[in-house]
Design a binder for this molecule. Structure first.
Ligand code: XIL
Length: 806
């Protein structure tokens, strides 16, 4: 075991030794894949009975949309009723397999032939099916008249650009409101991730054709969902990463792209599905929907054996599971559903010779194991929906017991505590783990995190000292910790580190925050290990702070650890000096949005929609003084109980004693509506000190402005530092947010997200332990009006965060 593990992490020379060489040795998710196979076999049995009577769309209901590519000629063929019957019974959506490709829909310039596509669109409409339009811009299926423009020259470029624009506007416009989703651009990349050189669009129009196509399609039907569709991006690969950069660039430019389609054509024996959920998550993280758009699994050497059909079933189930595990994966479409009409049946292209039987039903419409596996997987797999999806450990660390910290994840990984719970928590009424920097720690009995797969660790922490390296969370391997999240003294940064092997001499890869921690301030940290990308990320207070490796193609090794998870301690005996609260562990790589959710900084949130309840983790409900009933009024959203009505007779206390440490950074925010600009001051929110408010947010009568005040001491006679808005208070809804930054000691006042006043540095002081918080009133100056969405934070929010509140 390394006794100086963190020291080594922090040594820059050591980090350079990290092996940055290319591809991983083995697919680290193979094991997971094997597990999936087992699980799907089990659930198949378990679900068999339940699922027997179901159709795919019923099993998928409320989870995901199920579709297939269809052929108009077969759909319309009265001699083939089983085909249309399957579509009606089983599916939520249909994709035009060939009918909307360029050669079908505009075979001669300006001549648009919609007949075949209409067959599918009309069928969809008649049977309440979504229609996916496939596809507007592709290097294949082009008629000769278009290919004639595949020549150099500026005049030709302009002409071709106009042809593309007209094609997209005309076709999308024709089906506006009827085709719900468009594969706008199909297969723009070559297998190595470069722009496809055998595409005449790329060759003649350059990179711009992609962004332009989306813009034209969006203008022609602003209601349609617009996708970029690609194959061979199901695994982490140069192509997947390159597409990611392409799409990220489009998003950054504001190009109207809604989703990325993963074609997911698979070859049995060489399936590329184990990293699918991981790659999908990356794209979803850009704020996009993702979908499986052309799923099939072709079998070599047909006719298939029973064993091959069983393997094919597993592949379908694995793909379905991957989609269901990603909240933004919205649909699963197969590329045909019967081997009778599949592009892989007798495909004349020599590269597909001998391959076939790629779909769910055989050529006689008999359900294959693949169909049953898909049905069972849909029926039995739960979708993650909340921020707590995949939570495998959660220690709030405010237990009353000093020796055991309970696990709120439901998985019973209680942690035995050495030293103490009972440190100051994030609010004066909460408590936390207290680390002395030497002998303290908490440990589970067994491993919590599968460290050879993706995971996320998050925690609230407050450092007492920077005099040594410190550990917040770690998990034991056999000789070294498999990961540590902590503080690195030499660099003065938060550090997340992973040794590349379970041995004391192994080099360590690590990612550090860009900013230095502040002693005495609570901070939220999220550390993400993304196994598919081989990427580590660290978030501070919910914002992305750094990624390792910076170069997208570097990747690190991982290994499974089976030891204890430790809080405030590492295997080598490093400890933590300060407080730790709310440690949570998830078995997936959190997206940026999820990380922001974990870091919710509010310590009190009152929506005031007919209730005084606190919607934060801290359960500090309000109550009306003298137990009078609260009265409600129209809120900003116009519902009659949408806001709290306060007037001279009301007196709302926040339950319990003081809520904020007012000597530390904090933010208070409220949506307020004044009845009238009155003669006297009107109080919106205060926390009491001894003879003085610790802060006050109010309407100031002398000049009809909003004001935020902090007295310079707790003595009753002391002078206030009061900052006031530039705008004059009106009688419409306005968001007021007051921030006091305990580091710079500057107060700020925002009105509707705009910074209207800053003060000079001042000293805030601890309010009395018995002082409480009041809404809408103090003892003397009542607020006459309505209050909505009151929030308090034990942190100085950034201008952007304040903007998001307003
Ligand atoms: C295929 C069709 O299934 C065939 O009928 C046609 O002959 C060629 O095209 N990726 C795509 C689809 O995006 O458009 C292709 O469809 C299959 C591969």
């Amino acid at each position: 075991m390394s006794s100086n593990h963190l020291q080594r992490v922090l040594d820059p020379q050591e980090q350079d030794a990290f092996d940055q060489a290319g591809e991983p040795q083995a697919d680290p998710e193979d094991e997971q894949n094997a597990l999936l196979r087992m699980e799907s076999a089990e659930s198949e049995q378990a679900a068999a009975a339940a699922a027997e009577a179901l159709h795919l769309k019923q099993a998928a209901q409320g989870k995901v949309r199920i579709g297939s590519a269809v052929r108009a000629s077969v759909l319309a063929n009265a001699a083939e009723p089983a085909y249309a019957q399957f579509v009606r019974d089983e599916l939520d959506s249909v994709t035009t397999e060939n009918e909307l490709k360029w050669d079908a829909v505009e075979p001669a310039q300006g001549t648009f032939t919609y007949g075949a596509a209409d067959t599918i669109v009309d069928f969809g409409q008649a049977n309440q099916l979504d229609v996916r339009g496939h596809t507007l811009v592709w290097h294949n299926a082009l008629p000769d008249w278009v290919k004639a423009y595949d020549v150099p020259g500026e005049a030709n470029r302009l002409a071709l650009n106009a042809i593309l624009e007209q094609h997209i506007r005309t076709v999308v416009g024709h089906y506006a409101g009827r085709v719900k989703v468009w594969d706008v651009v199909n297969e723009p990349l070559a297998d190595d991730g470069t722009r496809r050189s055998n595409s005449m669009w790329q060759r003649r129009l350059g990179d711009d054709y992609i962004a332009n196509s989306f813009r034209w399609a969006h203008e022609a039907d602003p209601g349609a969902k617009l996708y970029l569709n690609e194959y061979g991006i199901e695994m982490d690969s140069a192509k997947a990463r390159s597409l990611y950069e392409l799409v990220r660039g489009l998003r950054a430019l504001g190009v109207p792209i809604d989703g990325v389609g993963f074609q997911t054509h698979q070859m049995l024996g060489a399936e590329r599905l184990s990293g699918l959920s991981n790659v999908m998550r990356q794209f979803a993280d850009l704020g996009l929907d993702v979908a499986i758009t052309e799923l099939d699994v072709r079998i070599p050497g047909v006719p298939a054996t029973g064993e091959q059909l069983a393997q094919q079933a597993t592949a379908f189930a694995t793909a379905v599971k991957a989609c269901l595990s990603v909240p933004r994966c919205v649909s699963i479409t197969t590329w045909g559903f019967t081997d009778k009409y599949s592009w892989m049946t007798n495909n004349p292209d020599p590269k597909y010779a001998g391959w076939g039987e790629a779909t769910l039903l055989d050529a006689s419409y008999v359900k294959k194991p693949a169909y049953n596996a898909m049905l069972a997987t849909l029926a039995t797999t739960e979708r993650p929906s909340s921020v707590n999806a995949d939570l495998v450990g959660a220690w709030r660390l405010d237990d009353w017991s000093a020796t055991t910290a309970s696990d709120a994840s439901g998985l019973d990984h209680a942690a035995t505590v050495t030293g103490g719970l009972g440190a100051e928590g994030r609010t004066p009424s909460g408590s936390a783990f207290r680390g002395d920097g030497a002998s303290t720690g908490a440990e589970t009995a067994s491993a919590v995190v599968a460290t050879n797969a993706s995971y996320t660790v998050s925690a609230w922490v407050r450092l007492d000292s920077k005099s040594a390296d410190q550990v917040i969370v770690s998990q034991d391997g056999s000789t070294v910790s498999a990961f540590t999240l902590g503080y690195g003294k030499t660099k003065d940064r938060w550090v997340f580190s992973i040794p590349v092997a379970d041995s004391t001499g192994a080099s360590v890869q690590s990612v550090e925050s860009k900013s230095a921690p502040v002693v005495g301030e609570w901070a939220h940290l999220t550390a993400v290990w993304n196994n598919g990308w081989g990427r580590m990320q660290i978030y501070v207070n919910g914002s992305w702070n750094n990624t390792f490796p910076a170069a997208s193609e570097n990747r690190g090794a991982t290994w499974a650890s089976a030891g204890r998870l430790r809080i405030g301690r590492s295997m080598s005996g490093k400890a933590f000096s300060g407080a730790i609260s709310d440690v949570r562990v998830y078995r997936h790589a959190a997206s940026a949005g999820e990380s922001a959710g974990y870091a919710d900084p509010s310590v009190g949130r009152w929506q005031l929609n007919g209730s005084l309840a606190d919607a934060s983790w801290f359960f500090r409900d309000g109550s009306v003084r003298n137990d009078a009933a609260a009265t409600w009024t129209v809120g900003q959203g116009n519902t009659t109980v949408g806001a709290l009505r306060v007037s001279a007779s009301d007196y709302i206390d926040i339950r319990g004693t003081q809520l904020l440490y007012t000597e530390r950074s904090y933010t208070v925010s409220a949506l307020v509506k004044l009845t009238a600009a009155g003669q006297s001051n009107q109080i919106i929110l205060v926390q009491d000190g001894n003879g003085q408010y610790a802060f006050v947010l109010k309407y100031r009568a002398s000049d009809s402005k909003w004001a935020f005040g902090l007295p310079a001491s707790s003595a009753n006679s002391s002078t206030y530092l009061e900052i006031a808005s530039t705008s004059v208070a009106q009688t419409n809804w306005v968001n007021l947010t007051a921030v006091w930054d305990g580091v710079t000691r500057l107060p700020k006042l925002y009105v509707d997200g705009i910074l209207e006043a800053t003060g000079t540095a001042t000293t805030s002081w601890p309010s009395s332990p018995t002082g409480s918080m009041h809404l809408g009133t103090s003892s003397s100056s009542k607020f006459d009006g309505a209050l909505d969405r009151v929030q308090v934070f034990q942190r100085a929010l950034t201008a952007a965060e304040v903007g998001a509140l307003a």
